[in-house]
Ligand binder design. Structure first.
Ligand SMILES: Cc1ncc(COP(=O)(O)O)c(C=O)c1O
Length: 378
């Protein structure tokens, strides 16, 4: 039933929201493309093609207590994360993916009209969660090289606070940034931390960056929060496990505010095993980094693609002289999924996740076929 006398009960801002573009489930896509799921090369969502390690699979299969509720405090997982992250467990809060923590922060901090600064092109959930939590999103666009506009952000914080219609509370930054893979510069972070705003740095892809995480800096700065996830490096995006590193002052409030059972038992079991199996993950992470670098180099040889250097597990390409949507559809017909963008700052772009070597081989072969058809061969 699409209409009801209770429709007016909905919050007006929720009623006015644009409909969500659903992600087509893998099995449905497989039917639509007429290919078995194992024959589809999925390079559209920055997932880890190696999946969970054998130890993670083993522990999940053997775990006997799925009928018992999870530990609301996530003591074991937080203790195991201390060594991995390099901060005390008192500063760590696990979540149902990093996504849950983005929502949690917005819900906890924003009063209607409070401002969230977003730095697009970037991950879409900051804008989404700010809006559903009645925040006002102010965009400060990144430059052509996807670097953050520090002066623009400083100006926006000052101007928005001066307007007096809600306080500027949160600034979301991503490093490496999705969708291009660029890193936040140290000097930019220093400058932004000097502003009267809570800076949330989302490090979902940090394991592929070859750089140290900013997590330990949370202990020195009371306005820095770092978000991380098991979705990418540990290959368990489907289980939903992320965590945040938070300054001490906010932790008691997070504990009071979060859903008690926000992290499920399977995610905890998998996360603990992944942290134990770091030698395995060092190998798969290195393989993904190698494939990303190969992808960047190989894509650049096609005259209609201009890839951006990336520190994450994907490569963004501007498509030149050819319609990126047509290219995406062509690749889909070949059983290869890539992400297409048609947003400001990302006109005519595709983003390709780094897969296994054979995935890159298949992608390059399909691109060569496409190039020959279009008469634009390297
Ligand atoms: C920048 C960024 N942050 C967070 C996420 C989501 O992380 P999680 O799976 O832990 O919710 C993604 C997923 O694509 C992402 O790109």
């Amino acid at each position: 039933m699409s209409s009801s006398r209770f429709l007016s009960f909905l919050r007006p801002d929720i009623r006015a929201m644009e409909p969500y573009t659903p992600i087509v489930p893998f099995e449905v896509l497989s039917k639509r493309l007429g290919r078995r799921p194992e024959d589809i090369i999925k390079l559209d969502a920055n997932e880890n093609p190696y999946g969970p390690s054998p130890l993670v699979r083993e522990r999940l299969a053997a775990f006997p207590y799925y009928h018992i509720y999870p530990d609301p405090q996530q003591e074991a997982l937080r203790a195991a994360l201390v060594d991995y992250v390099g901060v005390p467990m008192d500063n760590i809060l696990p979540g149902h993916g990093a996504d849950e923590l983005i929502d949690l922060l917005c819900r906890m901090l924003l009063e209607p009209g409070d401002v969230v600064i977003n730095a697009p092109p970037t991950f879409g959930m900051y804008e989404f969660d700010a809006a559903v939590n009645m925040g006002r999103v102010v965009h400060v666009w990144r430059g052509g090289d996807f670097q953050v506009d520090v002066a623009g952000i400083a100006r926006a914080v000052e101007e928005e606070n001066a307007r007096g219609q809600g306080r500027v509370k949160l600034l979301f930054l991503t490093s490496p940034n999705n969708p291009d893979g660029s890193l936040l510069r140290d000097e930019d972070l220093d400058a932004l931390l000097a502003l009267p705003v809570i800076v949330v740095v989302d490090e979902a892809y940090v394991e592929f960056s070859g750089r140290a995480s900013l997590a330990p800096r949370v202990l020195e700065a009371d306005n820095l929060i770092v978000l991380r996830t098991f979705s990418k490096w540990a290959g368990i995006a489907g289980l939903r496990l992320g965590y945040g590193i938070f300054p001490a002052w906010i932790m008691p409030h997070l504990w009071r505010f979060k859903q008690p059972y926000n992290v499920n038992v399977a995610a905890t079991v998998a996360g603990l095993a992944a942290l134990e199996d770091r030698a395995y993950y060092a190998r798969t992470t290195a393989a993904i980094i190698a494939e990303r670098d190969r992808l960047y180099e190989a894509l650049g040889r096609f005259p209609f693609l201009r890839p951006y250097p990336s520190h994450a597990n994907f490569v963004l390409c501007r498509v030149e002289g050819v319609d990126a949507w047509q290219l995406k559809l062509w690749l889909e017909g070949e059983g290869i999924l890539v992400r297409y963008f048609r947003k400001p700052g990302l006109e005519n772009c595709i983003r390709v996740s780094a897969g296994k070597p054979e995935h890159t081989d298949a992608l390059l072969a399909a691109l060569e076929k496409f190039a020959a058809r279009e008469g634009v061969s390297p």
